[in-house]
Design a protein around this ligand. Structure first.
Ligand code: NAD
Length: 272
């Protein structure tokens, strides 16, 4: 037993870290000893998020970086700044994503909304994977610090990549299906380099993204009835699963559609 925390000395990047699942994961990463770079669209928001992490964990290292994941040059610079600061990158959490309020079905979603959604949700994940792999290939094992070659990349998909919903959000659904497929392929391509890829598939989580979208009691009730546990999930419940996927606890977990959905995808009918 080393007595080390699960992510001691590991360098981690979290995109979409100013709120929701990204912020909770940044807290969990810091609590497990990781050095965390938080990335989001707005510098002030991401700086405030990093300051909250440091306040909770005064011995931690957490910094905010402005980054729009749909711009490759910004993603490349984000990863370069982690390597410049700490010498390596061990964990990449490609979490940033949008569900646009004007998303809809095949006959009403506009091209512009479709493209915006794919640019952030799919290209953003691709760029994160591409540049994280280049950085992780340079990682040397350092047994004294508990560090290994390779790394862990976690991409956020969704349960809608696995089951269909009659409440359409087609651009979003298609984007998350793409994340699942690209994650699987990358997991196999890079397995011999000890770079693991897994897709986190959250069920509905009580974050601003979902609550803003479900802006009428009818929309809310329509979703809630399908949740076997009678509630939406909490962002921290995703974050704890991400720590597992980031750490050596999951050292033989690769290429999975990692569902954290309270059993929703397993349900036929739910209890009354
Ligand atoms: P959220 O809206 O609370 O947080 C998303 C964060 O991403 C925000 O801080 C936002 O500023 C940031 N962001 C948006 N566009 C960005 C860009 N181009 N570059 C960098 N950052 C950007 O949402 P959340 O619920 O925490 O969602 C996180 C991830 O989980 C998303 O990929 C989402 O699709 C996925 N997800 C959420 C749910 C849910 O129910 N909330 C369910 C399944 C999957």
């Amino acid at each position: 037993m080393s007595g080390r925390l699960r992510l001691s000395n590991r360098v981690a990047i979290v995109t979409g870290a100013a709120g929701g699942i990204g912020l909770e994961t940044s807290f969990q990463f810091a609590s497990e000893g990781a050095l965390v770079l938080l990335a989001d669209l707005n510098q002030a928001a991401v700086d405030a998020a990093a300051a909250r992490v440091k306040k909770h964990f005064p011995n931690s290292q957490a910094f905010g970086v402005k980054c729009d994941v749909s711009k490759e040059i910004q993603v490349e610079a984000l990863i370069a700044s982690a390597v410049e600061k700490w010498g390596r990158l061990d964990v990449m959490f490609n979490n940033a994503g949008i569900m646009h309020p004007e998303d809809g079905g095949a006959h009403d979603v506009e091209d512009e909304i479709w493209d915006l959604t794919q640019n952030i949700n799919v290209k953003g994940v691709w760029y994160g994977c591409k540049h994280a792999v280049l950085a992780m290939r340079e990682n040397k094992a350092d047994p004294a610090k508990g560090l290994k070659a390779g790394g862990s990349i976690i991409n956020v998909a969704s349960l809608v990549a696995i089951v269909g919903a009659a409440t359409p959000q087609l651009a979003y659904t298609a984007s998350k299906g793409a994340v699942l497929a690209l994650t699987r392929e990358l997991a196999i391509v890079h397995a011999l380099e000890n770079i693991r890829f897994n897709a986190l598939c959250p069920g509905p989580i009580r974050t601003p993204m979902l609550i803003d979208f479900l802006n009428t009691p009818q929309k809310l009730a329509r979703r809630l009835v399908h949740n076997p546990m009678g509630r939406f999930g909490e962002a921290v419940e995703q974050a704890k699963a991400v720590v597992f996927l980031a750490s050596d606890d999951s050292s033989f977990v690769n290429g999975t559609d990692f569902l954290v959905d309270g059993g929703l995808c397993a349900a036929y009918v739910t209890a009354e």
